[in-house]
Design a protein around this ligand. Structure first.
Ligand code: PRP
Ligand code: URA
Length: 215
């Protein structure tokens, strides 16, 4: 995992398999079915890295030969929160890795003219203060959606939040860090910039449309 002094909240997950799959994801010729499978796989691989400091506790276990003490993840269950729509594509891969996870949902879309987020749905477990949250969205562009989603989670009581995305723009990383410096951002790539329409360059296009075959 790479860090860079210019973006202290950012972790770039540079594992070769993630980078290989991300390149296929960026390809305009990749069909919806493969796109969906790749988002799922990359999310799982990223979650493996982003969970590497989860707290453990001792766990006695009887092997076929004797009793020993192993370890298990301690505390309340991890909660995955996809930002609708595109974040949905990241849930199942992580869920396979952490089958005990709870899943909340945040509904947000960007107003195409202002690029500001419009929220339409919010549901997370009630005991938010006791949980670790993974907020999921493939794209961190202007950062408006991420800032709004983190603010909603904090209003619900969440204090431990990580943001997992596939592609981030410098503008979004800076805006999220400026508003929520306590939130670590994990991405597979930090891209060059945003274009005039707020798309990440080189990016991968509209993640929601490519995942769900809409346009
Ligand atoms: C996309 C993406 C993020 C948001 C990022 O969603 O999935 O949620 O844009 O942009 P931002 O950082 O500038 O806020 P979109 O608004 O297109 O909604 P959709 O998933 O429902 O299509
Ligand atoms: N949302 C997307 O889906 N793609 C971008 O490049 C920016 C925002």
């Amino acid at each position: 995992m790479d860090t860079t002094p210019a973006y202290p909240t950012l972790r770039i997950v540079s594992h070769p398999l993630i980078q290989h799959k991300l390149t296929i994801l960026r390809d305009r010729g990749t069909p919806t079915k493969i796109f969906k499978e790749l988002v799922d796989e990359i999310a799982m691989l990223m979650a493996y890295e982003a969970t590497n400091d989860l707290a453990l506790e001792a766990a006695p276990v009887d092997t076929p030969l004797e009793r020993t003490v192993g370890q298990r993840v301690s505390g309340k269950k991890l909660t995955l929160v996809p930002i609708l729509r595109a974040g949905l594509g990241m849930v199942e891969g992580i869920y396979r890795l952490v089958p005990g996870a709870r899943v909340g949902h945040i509904g947000l879309y960007r107003n195409h003219d202002t690029l500001e987020p419009v929220d339409y749905y919010f549901k997370v477990p009630g005991d938010a203060a006791e949980r670790d949250f993974f907020l999921l969205d493939p794209m961190l562009a202007t950062g408006g959606s991420a800032v709004a989603a983190v603010s909603s989670l904090k209003r619900a009581g969440a204090t431990r939040i990580r943001f997992l995305c596939l592609v981030a723009a410098p503008e979004g990383v800076r805006r999220l860090a400026g508003n929520h410096p306590d939130v670590t951002v994990y991405c597979a790539a930090l891209d060059r910039a945003l274009n005039d329409q707020g798309y990440i360059m080189p990016g991968l296009g509209d993640a929601g449309d490519r995942l769900f075959g809409t346009r």
